[in-house]
Design a protein around this ligand. Structure first.
Ligand SMILES: Cc1cc2nc3c(=O)[nH]c(=O)nc-3n(C[C@H](O)[C@H](O)[C@H](O)COP(=O)(O)O)c2cc1C
Length: 399
């Protein structure tokens, strides 16, 4: 990062105390750092600390009442190769999402031509609030990169998701995602992700389905989008939504629809992450009229669905990487290894129903990753976003 110009925006959250250390880390990497703070941020960290560590004046006000001079936010924004806002409060994120410009940090955001990265930090209920999520999604669709908050103890005394990512990891994220780094440009990937359940129609109103919510696949898509990768997300019926300029979302219903969408898009992808919970079987016959409740019992004859992962493995180019998922109720490791082998995957992510933190509709997940060279990587229970990040990091290492 030698010589790179980083504009660091600090808003008024308790995690601002960690920013002194982030400035230190950035400076140690050889970056030039200038800071802009919201007026509220100076209640959480002294501008003197920020200016001393960054070795630059700190910009807080639009103009100085004593000298009458104004701070040129346009110049400051255009100076930067990268704008990182950490911590990003719910308030600042809401303003960024809706175009409010009532402080210098925001004025820099609207004037900036560089990439903007935000590291949200707030209490757990704020982080889960639908309004906050809506604002965050708006920023993601405006191509802002997000460093997701992590799980842990919060200043309120509560435990959960909302902690700002640690400065070391923010630095790592910047290094991986720095928009001007040759590494980033050469490692730009196209990802195909399948997510959610498949529904297999019995008659016009009924289907066979499963409890998959699609959360894992959507979290994977968000992490990939945050890396400025291109994502094709093929998803069965879910309540989730995501919008981004680099996202092509293809809604499907049945396993056969999903296979068709995969067949159309697979050749353009570098990596296929097949996280959808696809029904193994479907009714052999689709009744065109609703089945009436006249018989005491009825039999549904089921036939096997196509195996989407096996199709992708058999029809891949030399450099395409195939990742599957296994959700097992018993003998999890053994079944996952068999699946990895028989479907010729590069890597499989195992969730075991034996773990109470893992499974359908849960907010957390606990995974073990197995690779085709018999490598085994176990992770503790984490939020699905953090798990998604671990999965993407592991894919990258194995590739
Ligand atoms: C002790 C304390 C801690 C706070 N921590 C946070 C926080 O972590 N995240 C957040 O979004 N807001 C937090 N707030 C609320 C913000 O400070 C408040 O919304 C403020 O208006 C943010 O202004 P800014 O976004 O312009 O910096 C906190 C408030 C107090 C009093």
């Amino acid at each position: 990062m030698y010589g790179k110009r980083i504009l660091l925006g600090i808003s008024g959250g308790i995690a601002a105390y960690k920013i002194a250390y982030l400035i230190r880390l950035l400076k140690n990497q050889g970056a030039e750092v200038k800071c802009v703070m919201t007026p509220s941020a100076s209640d959480f960290i002294s501008p003197l600390v920020v200016s001393t560590l960054s070795e630059n004046p700190v910009a807080i006000e639009f103009w100085n009442k004593d000298s009458g001079l104004w701070t040129n936010h346009v110049e400051l924004a255009l100076w930067a190769d990268l704008y990182i806002i950490a911590p990003a409060t719910a308030n600042t994120i809401a303003k960024m999402a809706s175009g409010i410009c009532d402080n210098l940090l925001l004025a820099c955001y609207y004037s900036s031509k560089s990439k903007t990265i935000i590291a949200p930090a707030m209490d757990l209920d704020m982080y889960q609030h639908p309004t906050f999520k809506r604002n965050l999604n708006q920023l993601i669709s405006d191509a802002v990169l997000v460093i997701p908050a992590t799980n842990g103890s919060l200043a309120s005394g509560l435990e959960g998701e909302g902690r700002m990512e640690e400065p070391e990891n923010i630095l790592r994220f910047i290094q991986i995602n720095f928009p001007f780094s040759a590494k980033e440009l050469s490692s730009k990937k196209k990802i195909l992700i399948t997510a959610g359940p498949s529904y297999e129609a019995i008659d016009p109103v009924r289907f066979i389905g499963n409890h998959s919510s699609g959360k894992m696949g959507f979290a994977l898509a968000e992490i990939c989008l945050a890396k400025a990768w291109e994502v094709t997300l093929i998803c069965g019926p879910t309540n989730l939504d995501l919008a981004h300029p680099n996202l092509n979302i293809i809604p499907v219903f049945s396993a056969e629809d999903m296979l068709l969408a995969v067949q159309e898009n697979w050749k353009n992808a570098d990596i296929g992450i097949f996280s959808a919970a696809v029904s193994d079987y479907r009714p052999e016959k689709f009744e065109t009229q609703k089945i009436k409740k006249t018989e005491k019992t009825i039999n549904l004859q089921l036939i096997k669905n196509p195996d989407i992962i096996s199709w992708a493995s058999e029809n891949r180019g030399a450099k395409q990487f195939v990742v599957g998922f296994a959700l097992e109720t018993n003998n999890a490791l053994e079944f996952a290894l068999n699946k990895l082998d028989s479907k010729k995957m590069d890597m499989i992510v195992l969730n075991s129903m034996e773990d109470k933190e893992a499974g359908f509709k849960k907010e957390t997940n606990k995974i073990t990753i197995l690779d085709k060279k018999k490598g085994k990587y176990s992770f503790p229970a984490k939020s699905k976003r953090e798990v998604a990040s671990d999965i993407i990091d592991t894919i990258f290492k194995l590739m």
